[in-house]
Design a protein around this ligand. Structure first.
Ligand SMILES: [Zn+2]
Ligand SMILES: [Zn+2]
Length: 153
């Protein structure tokens, strides 16, 4: 079960519903994403990674990304790539559990608005920024407020 937040700009009405973490479909999503990466749907870097690490994994939990250039926000799967650790038992699920996997690389998240690379935000720090009125609205010069939070699954 994940935690969800609704961020809202009181000035222009911009709203972002952010379902963070992961829900109950996580195992299926992880397996499908690995399959898609192996078939090249996520680009060359991921395809090549799984050619070299066929028993690797990918982090499909949701994270918040911010474009430092234009201020755009989006929620997306982290998509960090993980290698199997040596000398560990076969994992029950392909989760990037730290007991079985270690992080090998990150995939770039590109801003749909301006093409710049987006930065992964630390959830707690971003919430703090919102609470302190320091999270800029992507659409105007207002700032974001926490309008709601909820559990999702
Ligand atoms: Zn706004
Ligand atoms: Zn941008």
């Amino acid at each position: 079960m994940g935690m969800g937040f609704t961020f809202k700009c009181s000035k222009c009405g911009y709203e972002l519903e952010a379902n963070m973490g992961f829900g109950y479909l996580f195992p299926q999503v992880t397996e499908e994403t690995i399959k898609d990466m192996k078939s090249g749907k996520y680009g060359e870097t991921a395809e090549k990674f799984f050619q070299e690490n066929p028993d690797g994994s990918v982090d499909c939990s949701n994270e918040l990304f911010l474009c430092k250039k234009c201020g755009a926000l989006k929620v997306d799967m982290a998509l960090d790539l993980y290698k199997r650790k040596e000398g560990v038992a076969e994992p029950k699920y392909p989760f990037p559990d730290e007991e079985y996997f270690s992080k090998a690389m990150e995939i770039d998240h590109i801003c749909e608005k301006c093409g710049n690379k987006m930065e992964k935000q630390n959830e707690r720090q971003f919430l703090k920024k919102v609470q302190n009125g320091k999270a800029r609205c992507p659409d105007c010069d207002g700032h974001l407020e926490l309008a709601d939070f909820f559990n999702w699954d």
